[in-house]
Design a binder for this molecule. Sequence first.
Ligand code: SDX
Length: 436
Amino acid sequence: MTDQNLAPATFEVDGKRLEFQRHPAVEGNDGVNIGSLLRETGLVTLDHGFMNTASCESTITYIDGDEGILRYRGYPIEQLAENSTFLEVAYLLIHGELPDMDTYEGYMHRLKRHRLLHEDFNAFFHAFPAHGHPMAILQAGIAGLATYYPHTLNPKDPVEVDKATTLLMAKVPTMIASIFRRAAGLPLLYPDNSKLYAEDFLWMTFGMPYEKYDVDPMLVSALNRLLILHADHEQNCSTATVRMVGSADANMYASVAAGVGALSGPLHGGANEAVLAMLGKIRESGEGVAKFVERVKNKEDDVKLMGFGHRVYKHYDPRAAIVKKSAHEVLEKLGGDNELLDLAMELEGIALSDEYFVERKLYPNVDFYTGLIYKAMGFPEKMFTPLFALGRLPGWISQYREMLEDPTTKIGRPRQVYVGEAERAWVPREERQHKA
Ligand code: SDX
């Protein structure tokens, strides 16, 4: 929504002066609507990585990268992480308000009724190699849900969109737990409706069919907190992917599955797994933290300090601070790999005082400490990014729904600046000169 009272942005090129209306933000950066640029000037903007480009107006999450602020629907992440359950935050993100008691009870009951996967999925999980990366299987499984629920695919039908929302929120935990169990050679477990969301996920992941499973309440609250911290994050790579795919009127499963693919990248959600690999290599190699930091600064073999840096946060990621505190609690209680935690903290200490990282405003992000907690909980490293996906699921769903409901949404189709060959004529093969 533009505001005619705000001074427009002006743009001059080839003697032509254009005025672009502002889209005022409630918080953060205002937008400038450049919708007439191409028509009026024949120019397109070029913005690598969309560092200066807003793809939409959104009411869901707000980040202030300089102040280290993160809010879901206006609520500070610190308060939600401290006081809410993940399911309550999922409801907040998807429906815009924190649920009252009756609504929350009804929401939990609705999800409980849909936690089971179709029995055919057992064959699905066993169709992949046991060593296959769980993110590839998860992406296929989520996309495949569309084949079982054909009456929940129409993005133009709010009832079908609500059904797909429920089915994804209910079934993805079961899917992730089953992927882990199959890889570990363990029998797949059915959901236990006497358990709440996070507790039931831990049961399906770590429970055994021959004994009662008493999950440590500290574990449940740590998992709730971690899932809340991952639940949404404005237009990050995977969320922007979900919106892009959804803008073609693709169904919610296909759009979220595309988001899983984007999240799997080590520059994005795959970083939590990469951090543990990095810490392990530093320990095994015996090179020491200082030597490793030097290699990062020299950009040897494009080595990066995984779990550090962020496109938006140019200060400490507020989620990382909460995770770091949780890591101490969980490792103390569960006896995790304290050596690796000490290594991570030594690495953080050096990086935060080293000019290379300070001048580039590189701070720990949400992925730096999470893997240490997941490992202490008993998850193998390959399961770290699926856990990120479980947390991000309500964010992807809420953003997909907002995209559908936004009357300004158009199919995403960026332009380009063509820098290839000018027109040239075809020549017969025998006349072609070989080019190296
Ligand atoms: C997530 O967008 C989101 O919100 C994502 C996320 C979410 O919740 O959805 O927060 C989750 O993806 C967190 C980020 C996880 N990824 C990592 O930890 C991987 C390591 N980090 C980097 O790859 C990097 O910091 C990014 C990808 C996170 C951000 O990259 P940018 O914004 O494109 O920054 P850049 O690559 O242009 O870096 C600027 C400079 C460069 O140096 P110079 O060319 O100026 O000399 O900083 C350097 C980079 O080489 N740099 C790093 C570094 N990150 C940036 N150098 C060493 N180690 C790093 N981690």
